[in-house]
Ligand binder design. Structure first.
Ligand code: ARG
Length: 440
């Protein structure tokens, strides 16, 4: 079967070579083959149930479709640009296998509702795969949290040492981000789970289709009520790409922290050899490439979201061929995010925390200065603004003497504020409970 037979009735000549090249999408949409076959099987079963085609015809078509699927799965089907896309490849091969009855498959259907259905099924399946990988990363983070409930480190603002926290508390932030990412993907999955089939090119068809039946067969909650919406809506892909962009941004921030933390200047963590590389020139180097790539690849994911927004922003209703370019950004963003999630999980799982270096950084950075101000407020009834000023002077004095706050002699403190007594040293202790943020 060729274009001539698929849609060529009114044409005297076939498309030229360049037209074929710009028009084809098989290189990209071949990834929809499983969904395309599933959609066709559901459609054909419905056609037979409605008496639109005969049961034995449906039987032949279904058996043929299964064989085409097998051939595609084994990479045995040759792709030809003149057959444009996955839908025409499947139908053409079906025709070769079972003859003219194959032509009944497309009754009451257009490639417009077909591709919208396939694409929704594909995104739905990948929402589930993403959930699994997110859980894998959360799991790795939970493991590190368990090992580091008492690992005190500096919490930063402006990348300056701010207050003591624990590594468990810091990593927990990523668990919470990922929880929200999982929620966004679950939301997107829920909203996309409506079936375009039966919408035809845009306005349905004259056959007595049972749209509930094919929707149910494919695990959709219901058919899409407005057939024009069914073929022109790509919100689901945009929503999916937005969720992925936010997720990738979270992974990028994690990557950035791993880059900083594994540097010689921080020495907070050691990333496993598996996720680092050497330099071809400098023998001492251990580069955190995977962490850097988490950062870099977020840009790629965000670009895919923008790409699809740009494709859609000027399109009138309903389908336009521009929409064929909706799949590449979704496939690329999905591949990238799945890989990044696996890399992040691997890095976190194999990461060794340098507890001594973290604790040293807390002490060097006067991370307990706020504790001291709070003590002045609570124990000496000094207004906070004034307490803040006093502690500022104490930090300056400690710095002058090259001492940590907790090592500053009481006499030195009393020069600045004579209401300070010995019990202040208790407040200056780096307490795990306070650092962990767990109310005790
Ligand atoms: N390959 C096309 C796409 O992905 C399928 C739909 C084609 N529809 C059409 N009216 N030419 O958008």
């Amino acid at each position: 079967m060729s274009q001539q037979q698929m849609w060529g009735g009114r044409f005297a000549a076939l498309p030229g070579e360049i037209m074929q090249e710009i028009n084809e999408s098989i290189r990209i949409d071949q990834r929809l083959y499983r969904e395309d076959i599933a959609g066709s099987l559901a459609h054909v079963a419905m056609l037979a149930k409605q008496g639109i085609i005969q049961p034995d015809e449906a039987e032949q078509i279904s058996a043929g479709l299964r064989q085409v699927e097998q051939e595609l799965a084994e990479g045995r089907l040759e792709f030809r640009s003149e057959l444009e896309d996955i839908h025409m490849h499947v139908e053409a091969r079906l025709g070769e296998l079972i003859g003219p009855v194959a032509g009944k498959l497309h009754t009451g259907r257009s490639r417009n509702d077909q591709v919208a259905t396939d694409f929704r099924l594909w995104v739905r399946r990948h929402c589930d795969l993403l959930q699994e990988e997110i859980a894998g990363l959360q799991n790795a983070l939970e493991q590190q949290k368990t090992e580091n409930t008492a690992t005190i480190m500096p919490g930063f603002t402006h990348l300056q040492v701010a207050m003591p926290v624990t590594l468990a508390r810091h990593l927990d932030v990523y668990c919470r981000m990922l929880e929200r990412d999982a929620g966004r993907i679950a939301d997107c999955r829920k909203r996309l789970n409506e079936c375009p089939l039966g919408a035809g090119a845009l306005a349905g068809s004259s056959y007595p289709l049972d749209r509930d039946c094919s929707a149910r067969e494919l695990g959709f909650d219901r058919p899409m009520p407005n057939t024009m919406d069914a073929v022109s809506d790509r919100d689901f892909a945009l929503e999916y790409l937005s969720a992925l962009s936010i997720l990738a941004t979270h992974l990028s921030r994690l990557g950035e922290e791993l880059v900083l933390w594994s540097s010689y200047q921080f020495r907070f963590v050691k990333i496993a050899d598996e996720f680092t590389t050497g330099s071809s020139m400098m023998p001492q180097k251990r580069n955190p490439d995977a962490a850097e790539l988490l950062r870099g690849k977020a840009g790629h994911v965000i670009a895919q979201m923008i790409q699809l927004l740009i494709v859609l922003k000027g399109l009138p209703l309903t389908y336009s061929k521009d929409m064929q370019d909706d799949k590449k950004p979704v496939f690329e963003a999905t591949d990238t995010v799945l890989l990044c999630l696996r890399a992040a999980a691997g890095m976190i799982r194999g990461m060794k925390a340098n507890k001594e270096a973290m604790f040293e950084a807390v002490q060097q950075g006067y991370a307990n200065a706020t504790y001291l101000a709070d003590w002045l407020v609570l124990q000496a009834d000094i207004p906070f603004r004034q307490a803040h000023h006093i502690v500022g002077q104490l930090v300056a004095r400690a710095e002058e003497l090259g001492l940590k706050l907790e090592d500053l002699p009481l006499a030195e403190m009393q020069v600045v504020e004579n209401r300070i007594d010995r019990s202040v040293y208790e407040a200056l202790r780096y307490d795990v409970q306070k650092a962990s943020g767990i109310p005790g």
